[in-house]
Design a protein around this ligand. Sequence first.
Ligand code: GMT
Length: 373
Amino acid sequence: MKIGIVCYPVIGGSGVVATELGIYLAQRGHQVHFFSYALPFRWDPDLRNLFYHQVETSNYPLFKYPPYTLTLAAKIASIAVQENLDIVHAHYAIPHAICGYLAREMIPEKNLKVITTLHGTDVTLVGSEKSFFDITRFSIVSSDASTAVSRHLKEEVCRTFDLCNDIEVIYNFIDPAKYRPCDPCNLRKTYAPDGEKIVIHMSNFRSLKRIPDVVDTFAGIHQKIKSRLILIGEGPDTVTAAQMAEKYGISKDVIFLGSRHDVASILSAGHLFLLPSEHESFGLAAMEALCCGVPAIGTDSTGLPELIDDGKSGFLCKLGDTEDMAEKAVKLLSDEDMWQSFSDHARKSVSEKFHYEKIVAQYEKMYEKVLSK
Ligand code: GMT
């Protein structure tokens, strides 16, 4: 098949999933064309059937805001004609699904199919905003097929937009050969030279990630267990984390790594991953940790129960209940046998359920179904 993929190129779950999907599809012999304003950050330059089309914006003085959406739609349409694309797969509804729709309408003779994958905040935050609500709903109903990255997100779409059918759940995926337990665990010596337990959080540090809950939970763990908190990623609440660490007097045990590309090796050095989010459609970062054999604690009101087996690979807690999170973390980190059994279960369950070969095949099957309609 000849597949176009539209995504955000920056560090973030939807961009990672889109880019890795494109890479695996290209490895499986499909021709894959990426559309974005910059090269996706997990790009693999060695694949012959992988192409990147940079979308430029115009700075004509009349435009207060450069019309990226229009140049993106025009680029998709022109490459779809030039390369004879079968499908354009939009990751994130706004504005990518709308651009796919516009491109399809520009070239009706090509019979281009538009598939939209909803990742989470495109529905829970952006799409639910009054000004975006109608157009987000329209982008979903006018796609030839739509997917959601978890059952939880599908239910949110159903509740928010009253669209309950025709959305297929296709989970995020993982390569267990890349995300694996550390052996030898040299990085543990670097980050925790005195044998401290390593607690990790990785995100874009936006308010929905509940960074204060991460630091609160860690402070509770730190009171009972020699431990260090590693923070991967950056965002508006990075400063909040630093201020809270200072206030609790634990700054020397909180390590800010910023945005990193080598996340697999850092995650594998951990003993526990924290994701106490308010919204989390799936939790790619938690899956990467679990696959490395690192148990995770997350919130039960999100998509995380589809990923974390409560009491087996981690714990599910109520939003904001940092006391419970800390208590469960301390129990786990102080019991070697329990930790090992959680670690083994985490790796096994995630690599079986979300193996990339299985999930990429589900996308291929959906493409074939749409093309055969
Ligand atoms: O977590 C973020 O805020 C980034 C966000 C994105 O849109 O890039 O991630 C979303 O998509 C990921 C891939 O499908 C999911 O694993 C994340 O759970 C989801 N984030 C939220 O729902 C908050």
